[in-house]
Design a protein around this ligand. Sequence first.
Ligand SMILES: Cc1cn([C@H]2C[C@H](O)[C@@H](COP(=O)(O)OP(=O)(O)O[C@H]3O[C@H](C)C(=O)[C@H](O)[C@H]3O)O2)c(=O)[nH]c1=O
Length: 181
Amino acid sequence: MKATETKLKGCFILEPTVFEDSRGYFFESYNENKLEEILGYKPTFVQDNQSNSSYGVIRGLHMQAGDHSQAKLVRVVEGAVIDVAVDARPDSETFGQSVAVELSAENKKQLFIPRGFLHGFSVITEKATFFYKCDNGYNKESENGVNPLDAQINIDWGIPVDKMIISEKDQEAQSFEEFRK
Ligand SMILES: Cc1cn([C@H]2C[C@H](O)[C@@H](COP(=O)(O)OP(=O)(O)O[C@H]3O[C@H](C)C(=O)[C@H](O)[C@H]3O)O2)c(=O)[nH]c1=O
């Protein structure tokens, strides 16, 4: 597996080794020991999530705050998305900065997003099935979020505005300026 640390410390792009033969392909979609070597600490995933969305859907920017903060290992098993992680760690040198990575069933790339990040993705194919591991359980009360179209973060979701499908909750989410107060 190839691991590339992004400009946001602790956030890694992972590219698994894919074994192809006349039958198709095989790859290890998760290996705790290899991820521990990359991170320098043992990941403790406790929940797997999966969502399916149509072209133009943008889910995010979400995080769980405080003790319920979640690290996520995200990948796409159908279609393609632009996956975005925003550094929301108050003391980070890259606070407020983001990375955007195309994850797809074809490229099999994964993104490891540490705790303290806002996360979201846009669907750039007809359908996308998104699968991710979380190292802390769901806690609705601790959910926090920022509007995915926030001008300060200024994410290029790769979707024309008139094709965007965003939940009411996300459309009404606060700005990054309000979030950071
Ligand atoms: C996240 C979550 C949601 N739910 C329930 C709550 C709602 O009734 C329903 C849909 O939830 P929501 O609209 O928050 O789903 P997404 O917009 O995909 O939220 C996710 O979007 C971005 C991309 C993320 O990184 C987070 O994991 C998560 O916030 O599933 C659960 O029962 N358990 C859960 O862990």
